[in-house]
Design a protein around this ligand. Structure first.
Ligand code: ADP
Length: 347
């Protein structure tokens, strides 16, 4: 890969804990990479190391092949947006956006022009003279984004920028961020603990656990081919099965793996008609008992006992679902392609 930003062997300890354990990462110009992982896995620390807000214990950070580790944050040409909007309360929206440019000695005219362009971009031209406390959370975060873009950074770091916002605003703003990022071809690292956010936003997702990147890939790769149990559990509602459980469901199980995963939407619930078709097609059919039914809008999530294994199965809500609380027998079609063979953690 032709890396625009490259992390090599990044190490950081707090006390005796390895918060970052030899992290390597390469990012292409214009790419949006998400650092995804549970709280405390080291995402923010990694971002802060890149920005220069936290010192490293070891490793290199190369921006366009030059090591920036020794540079102070101001000289790194990296912009950062935090979860808390962190705008200056005593400055107007326009003054907030211009702040970094002013510090860098840009002329008044240049600042005004750039600020107006960015205000148009974030659709807040009518708020240019407002103070932050008179803006909604979503508006403040758009201003924070504009402020960090104003100084034309080479890399943009976003640390959980949407977590403090309501669900609906969060979804709209994440689309806006993605549009702006693409328009500027801005190399971006986005930190989140929300797998849906990571899957919808990213060119590439790096899933972290305990200070390491445990798997990286396109959103589709990470979702459809988790390598370990941790990834399977974090990326979706995968059924994780032990070997004896998997052997009860899948006849010809010939694998060295000790644990397996089945994606909830890959198992098909059969009705009378489709059961006949499945029999004719020679599919393996197993019968189960519905344990619970949850309506998730367009998806219905069933919990079904099959051969002593409780499986989560997602089906499209076509309005003909089994009723909530109904206990009934159902049939499922299983085939070996539905079974993912997982590696041991750290293997
Ligand atoms: P994340 O962003 O993934 O939630 P963080 O990078 O914030 O995780 O934190 C990783 C670990 O480092 C956590 O256990 C946290 O408590 C610890 N940590 C973070 N900052 C400091 C600090 N300044 N001093 C001591 N421990 C810290």
């Amino acid at each position: 890969m032709n890396a625009f930003l490259e992390l090599r062997g990044i190490r950081k300890q707090f006390g005796n804990t390895n918060v970052l354990d030899n992290v390597d990462l390469q990012i292409r110009e214009g790419e949006l990479v998400t650092l995804l992982g549970p709280s405390g896995c080291g995402k923010s620390t990694l971002l802060r190391c890149i920005a220069g807000l936290t010192d490293l214990d070891g490793g290199q950070i190369l921006l366009e092949q030059k090591d920036i580790v020794k540079l102070p944050p101001r000289s790194r040409e990296i912009g950062m947006v935090f979860q808390s909007y962190a705008l200056f309360p005593n400055l107007t929206v326009s003054e907030n956006i211009q702040y970094g440019m002013k510090m860098r000695g840009a002329s008044k005219e240049e600042r005004r022009k750039r600020s107006e362009e960015l205000l148009a971009l974030i659709d807040l031209e009518d708020k240019r003279d407002a103070y932050p406390q008179h803006l909604s959370g979503g508006q403040q975060q758009r201003v924070a984004l504009a402020r960090s873009l104003a100084v034309q950074p080479k890399v943009l770091l976003l640390d959980e920028p949407l977590s403090a916002l309501d669900a609906k605003i969060r979804k709209n703003l994440r689309t806006e961020i993605r549009d702006i990022q693409k328009r500027f071809n801005m190399t971006t690292i986005f930190v989140t603990h929300d797998q849906e956010e990571a899957l919808t936003l990213s060119d590439r997702v790096c899933l972290m656990n305990k200070g390491s990147i445990v798997q990286e890939g396109t959103p589709e790769e990470l979702y459809t081919t988790p390598r370990t149990e941790f990834v399977a559990r974090f990326m979706g509602s995968y059924n994780v099965l032990t070997k004896p459980e998997a052997m009860r469901l899948f006849e010809r199980l010939d694998s060295a793996a000790e644990s397996f995963a089945v994606r909830p939407e890959s198992v098909i619930l059969l009705n009378e008609e489709t059961r006949k078709e499945a029999v004719l097609a020679g599919k393996r059919i197993v019968d189960g008992t519905i344990y619970s039914v949850i309506i998730l809008g367009n998806i219905i999530r069933y919990s079904i006992d099959v051969a002593g294994v409780r499986l989560t199965i997602d089906a499209l809500n076509d309005g003909r679902s089994l009723r909530i609380g109904e206990r009934s027998h159902v049939s499922l079609a299983l085939d070996d392609n539905q079974l993912l063979h997982l590696e041991r953690e750290g293997a």
